[in-house]
Design a protein around this ligand. Structure first.
Ligand code: GLN
Length: 454
């Protein structure tokens, strides 16, 4: 088939299913078909690469020239990006075709995709269930085959957790591997973009496209180019797999515990050796993250003042009134909660008690992983304590929602790579993923563990 036919088929499927799933915020067939025609022309001219013409769903957090980039917020509902994020430049150069822009929690704050200005996303496996968040639209789009692959971002689990709940594969790379240039900032020291697709192999190919140094992101790492597919096919014989004692303690549902046990048994059959490791500060990842992430968010979101771009209140008395009304109207409840927490923990008198303490815990968490990786090559565990819960089940209790991030946050705090790979199902039929955590720059190895497992 031609790229245009392929894009047409996915667009038809989106037209049929998106009204139910709400996975996309923006679909623009004219633009998509123009990109597909360009891909066909490149192929006809003998200039096609491996991914030329492959449709790609893009989380609405990546600036993309000429496309609305809302970040799931009313604040940016009127924002058409005037430039491309680094990862968008990369996927466009590779000839991937934008199939649409996916729904997400507002400013990527959430674990259920219920915080979007554009309404919740439904889980394609069970319409009563959340798809996970914040990259819930990307995960649902791939799971429902509205796109073969998608881009997501992960600040505290937002690629891995929706991948787990939707039965797909997603990887958060080592911090600094994928440029944050043009990615709307949430918590800059934690944010990382990454691929979501059906398989580890597809994720590896997409990661090859989007990874790499970019001088416009001051934390982008200058390293030799890697081929993330290079280990796919290697035997797992002798691979040391670490199971953190603290991940299998109270709070883990019987469904998830069973699926992870079965996954570990399968990896043993494939030749892996299992060792017990300890990550004693795991519990502290929640308070540390929910201080650091809001602190950085409160600073990053100060740019939305109604002056240069984004929502501006229709009526106001003076400049301060304009700021206040624009922000009051433009931001949703969870975003406001984070800004309040963030400004509080950074304020004079509380900085030492909260922010500084959280930074110290962050160091302890990174040290825990350092010690654990002296004993093993990869760490395995759950992604979330339960399979997807019901839409509305936790939306009135923010703390309950934050607690469900227990297995994902520490990976971001340490800057490590982590991924979710489909591993089984809960008794109610909802998917459950296995989390694989790698050492710094261990993406190729993790992807092979996932590939052998799949
Ligand atoms: N659930 C976490 C939060 O709400 C993580 C979100 C993310 O990774 N973007 O902050």
């Amino acid at each position: 088939v031609s790229s245009a036919e392929l894009a047409g088929q996915f667009l038809d499927r989106i037209a049929a299913l998106n009204p139910t799933l709400n996975a996309f915020i923006t679909v623009d067939p004219e633009k998509t078909l123009a990109e597909a025609a360009a891909a066909d022309a490149a192929r006809a001219a003998g200039q096609a690469g491996l991914l030329t013409g492959v449709p790609l769903a893009i989380k609405d957090i990546f600036c993309q020239q000429g496309w609305k980039t809302s970040c799931g917020s009313k604040m940016l509902d009127n924002f058409i990006a005037p430039y491309d994020a680094h990862v968008i430049e990369r996927v466009r150069a590779a000839g991937l075709v934008t199939i649409g822009r996916t729904n997400m929690d507002e400013f990527a704050m959430g674990s259920a995709n219920e915080n979007s200005y554009y309404g919740p996303v439904k889980n394609p496996w069970d319409l009563a269930a959340i798809p996970g968040g914040s990259s819930g639209g990307s995960a649902a789009a791939v799971a429902a085959r509205l796109a073969p692959a998608a881009l997501g971002t992960d600040t505290g689990g937002s690629i891995r957790q929706p991948a787990s709940h939707c039965g797909i594969t997603g990887i958060k790379p080592t911090y600094g591997v994928v440029s944050r240039y043009g990615m709307v900032a949430f918590a800059s020291s934690l944010d990382q973009g990454g691929p979501m697709a059906q398989t580890a192999e597809d994720c590896a190919l997409l990661l090859n496209t989007i990874a790499g140094f970019d001088g416009r992101d001051s934390t982008s790492l200058e390293r030799p180019t890697e081929d993330y597919t290079r280990e796919l096919g290697n035997s797992l014989s002798g691979l040391k797999v670490g199971l953190p004692r603290e991940y299998f303690a109270a709070g883990l549902s019987a469904d998830v515990a069973r699926v992870i046990d079965e996954a570990v048994a399968q990896l043993k059959k494939l030749g892996a050796e299992v060792v017990e490791v300890s990550l004693p500060n795991t519990e502290l990842s929640i308070p540390a993250y929910y201080v650091i992430a809001p602190a950085e968010a409160s600073s990053n979101l100060s740019r939305y003042d109604g002056v240069r771009y984004g929502h501006r209140a229709a009526e106001y008395k003076d400049l301060v009134d304009m700021y206040e009304k624009s922000r009051a109207e433009g931001f949703g409840a969870e975003v406001k909660r984070r800004i309040l927490v963030g400004t509080y923990v950074l304020s004079h008198g509380y900085y030492d008690a909260y922010y500084l303490k959280a930074q110290k815990i962050r160091r302890l968490i990174a040290d825990d992983f350092k010690k654990a990786f002296e004993q093993c090559d990869v760490i395995l565990g759950p992604v979330a304590p339960t399979a997807a819960f019901n839409i509305g089940e936790k939306s009135n209790d923010p703390v309950e929602m934050y607690l469900s991030d227990i297995y994902t946050l520490s990976v971001n705090l340490a800057g490590l790579p982590g991924m979710s790979v489909p591993a089984g199902f809960a008794a109610n039929g909802r998917p459950i993923g296995l989390q694989i955590i790698g050492n710094y720059f261990g993406e190729a190895k993790m992807l092979n563990v996932a590939h052998q497992f799949q």
